[in-house]
Design a protein around this ligand. Structure first.
Ligand SMILES: *[C@@H]1O[C@H](CO)[C@@H](O)[C@H](O)[C@H]1NC(C)=O
Ligand SMILES: *[C@@H]1O[C@H](CO)[C@@H](O)[C@H](O)[C@H]1NC(C)=O
Length: 701
């Protein structure tokens, strides 16, 4: 089932590990430049604002904006971007028609007519390309689909914009909920931003100057003069990513996950970390702990470099970051010379919410992973629980609570970043869970906080070993899916089966990757898109393939035990709801088919919490589809997207899984209500160990 993956992509502007390390390399070491932060917009003598921020690690959002704002909309760029977004999603992403008016329970949330917005943007005049970018990006984000994300490496997270005060949402002993500054905010910020913390220390009003740490745990009464919850809700409107309102609200706050290095990582949340330099400062009214009277403080956002691309001035900024680069577009896999090119990274990798998967490991192509215009960066969490045994494999770590009966699997991703992560992760899951059992664990918490998905087959594997062999796990443990089967995909598969256009299996549309629902391979030259399933969704004709399965049995690389590892009713899936893609597929199956309990922590009262979101099926992007189009000679097809001329990309929700409770409809818009919304205190908020103990108490006392 393995195949060699076509890798021909080469973009230098990708950076997915902690910026602090890399930025040190990026920086030329000129300390005088780095510490020039007090200045306002530092227009240098030549009046080129991109030159003013070149080679710097830290700048102000205003300085970044000034550089962005000198880039005019190229005469062809707007139509080109819109054509690619429109045609890529129309041909290869059949969530789009549903998102015009999503089925319940998401009808109130998701009603984005992308065609209408694309038409509106075509008619609108934009002063700068940055203004255009914001409009396109936010329009696509209104689909609330963390697979279908538009990004542009000229703007998104070129710098990340930070505040040193991540927030938490807690419930007091009378049951009233409040926003607070995290009690470990200073510890986290002073380590991660050691070279910048003084700027914030000095920005505080005179009586607090240098006393940033005294803000730890403070109650937040107002953000920019308004109820803090209105800032949470304003963000939830524009941030995209997840269907459920509660899940987007939760993303505003600090949280954690097992990181790529196996350590607990701290996620700052959408208040303290932003992808675009749109906010210069925040004005907070706070009540510090032990104080009665409210105080008002202003803290600046600071922008830290988050790209490996370099520039010296406006012209080189544009050339290196804004126009199409090697890897922006797909290739004909059989064109001479293509395969000899060095294996490097695709532009979407930076934004995938998983550890940086090695290019060679991407041959395991059945992947479903969330994308966000904010890359996942691992900041060290002050709470580092001690794993038991030696079976942890980077993102999978095993812990045993003091009761000696509750095992915890901390699972940060369904993918990993080492050379043999696909195998290593599966092996780790089997051995680690068996060890927990051997140590006496009879129940299991699977902590999937901020798990953005990964390899689909790893999700199958975990489900299979937990639940044992049964109808829901054999012959395969996943959901059945359908792929888009409109005129262009039909032409692609026709070329593959009738003209042998892809003998070496480079394309996503090659049937060798998938199976019949009964987990048997398609016969040779089988047109797996036929017979087409036609339906009308929100007034639009939608064509799907028949139901197929993921083709995962061959990924059961190790002997799966013939008994369940745990009683699946004594398994709890825990998180902040931000469990996407493969994680959502896995947790939905565990909850809906195996009776596992689901717990979301920290959600707002009265707002339905969902234990996972954006189930998808198999996610991919414009580059991959463009490769399929070019490889099968169909670039001139009426529905084929043109090549991008900007340094952009478009993620897609390609195959869609169909439902567990209702197989006739996609699982995507079916309900995933959490059994429990666990309230947090200032002490337990963003403390994984404290949360695990609370969950064990609550479920199994
Ligand atoms: C969506 O927008 C397009 C373009 O403006 C329009 O033709 C179509 O009727 C709209 N569809 C719905 C369901 O509103
Ligand atoms: C699996 O399903 C396919 C398609 O329906 C069918 O042709 C094949 O005979 C089935 N194989 C088995 C082993 O049931």
């Amino acid at each position: 089932m393995l195949r060699t993956k076509l890798i021909i992509l080469g973009v230098g502007s990708v950076l997915s590990c902690a910026a602090s390390t890399l930025a040190t390399n990026i920086n030329t070491g000129d300390a005088s430049l780095v510490s020039r932060q007090e200045s306002d917009v530092s227009i240098d003598t030549l009046g080129d604002p991109c030159r003013a921020i070149a080679g710097k690690k830290w700048v102000s959002p205003k300085e970044v904006r000034a550089c962005f704002n000198v880039i005019a909309v190229g005469p062809k760029a707007k139509d080109n971007i819109l054509d690619v977004v429109d045609k890529t999603t129309a041909a290869f992403d059949h969530s789009r028609p549903y998102q015009k008016l999503a089925p319940p329970p998401f009808t109130g949330e998701i009603h984005e007519n992308l065609s209408a917005d694309i038409a509106r943007i075509r008619r609108t005049h934009y002063k700068t390309e940055f203004d255009l970018h914001i409009d396109v990006s936010r329009s696509v984000k209104r689909l609330f689909d963390g697979h279908t994300v538009y990004f542009n490496d000229c703007y998104d997270s070129v710098f990340l914009n930070f505040l040193p005060i991540p927030l938490v949402y807690i419930t007091d002993n009378r049951g009233v909920q409040h926003v607070h500054i995290a009690k470990d905010a200073f510890e986290v910020a002073s380590k991660e931003f050691a070279d910048q913390i003084d700027v914030w220390q000095n920005a505080l009003p005179r009586n607090l100057r240098g006393k940033l740490s005294s803000l730890n745990g403070a109650k937040v009464l107002k953000i920019d003069g308004k109820d803090p919850l209105s800032a949470v809700d304003e963000n939830a409107k524009i941030v995209g990513g997840y269907q459920a309102l509660g899940t987007r609200q939760n993303g505003f706050f600090a949280s954690y996950n097992v990181g790529a290095d196996g350590k607990m990582a701290y996620s700052l949340g959408n208040f303290a970390q932003k992808s675009l330099p749109l906010d210069d400062e925040v004005i907070l009214t706070i009540q510090r702990s032990g104080n009665i009277s409210p105080e008002t403080i202003t803290l600046p956002y600071r922008s830290r470099i988050q790209t490996r691309a370099t520039w010296t001035d406006k012209a080189s900024y544009r050339q290196n970051l804004c126009v199409a680069q090697e890897g922006t577009n797909g290739v004909d896999a059989y064109a001479p010379g293509v395969l000899s090119q060095a294996e490097t990274e695709s532009p979407i990798f930076k934004f995938q919410q998983q550890p940086p998967v090695k290019v060679a490991e991407r041959k395991h192509r059945a992947m479903s992973v969330a994308v966000d215009t904010i890359p996942k960066i691992d900041i060290v969490h002050p709470v580092q629980p001690t794993p038991v045994g030696n079976d942890g494999f980077t993102v999978s770590q095993f812990y045993l609570l003091d009761d000696r009966k509750t095992g915890v699997l901390g699972l940060g991703s369904f993918s990993g970043s080492s050379d043999s992560a696909f195998e290593g992760l599966q092996k780790s899951l089997l051995n680690g869970l068996q060890s927990l059992k051997a140590m006496g664990a009879t129940r299991l918490i699977i902590d999937v906080t901020n798990n953005g998905g990964g390899w689909i087959c790893v999700g199958h594997w975990l489900h299979r070993i937990l639940a044992g062999p049964k109808a829901s796990t054999e012959p395969h443990a996943g959901l059945l899916s359908r792929a888009p089967a409109g005129p262009l995909p039909l032409a692609i598969v026709k070329a593959i089966v009738e003209k042998n256009a892809d003998p070496d299996w480079w394309t996503y549309h090659n049937g060798l990757g998938y199976q019949f629902p009964n987990a048997t391979d398609f016969p040779p030259n089988y047109n797996w898109l036929q017979p087409v399933d036609k339906r009308v969704v929100n007034g639009e004709l939608v064509q799907f393939s028949p139901l197929i399965s993921d083709g995962c049995p061959a990924s059961y690389m190790f002997d799966a035990p013939n008994k369940p590892l745990f009683d699946t009713k004594k398994v709890a899936i825990l998180g902040n709801g931000r469990c996407a893609s493969t994680c959502a597929q896995f947790s939905s199956l565990m909850a809906k088919k195996e009776g596992s309990k689901t717990v979301v922590f920290g959600g707002r009262k009265g707002v339905q919490q969902h234990y996972s979101g954006i189930v998808g099926g198999q996610s991919t992007d414009f580059v991959a589809m463009d490769t399929d189009v070019k490889t099968t000679g169909l670039k001139n097809h009426r529905d084929a997207p043109p090549d991008l001329i900007t340094n952009s990309g478009q993620g897609i929700n390609w195959r869609l899984d169909f439902g567990i409770w209702d197989i006739r409809e996609p699982e995507e818009w079916q309900s995933r209500p959490a059994d429990i919304n666990l309230p947090l205190t200032l002490e337990t908020a963003n403390n994984p160990v404290a949360i695990w103990k609370q969950v064990a108490q609550l479920l199994w006392k």
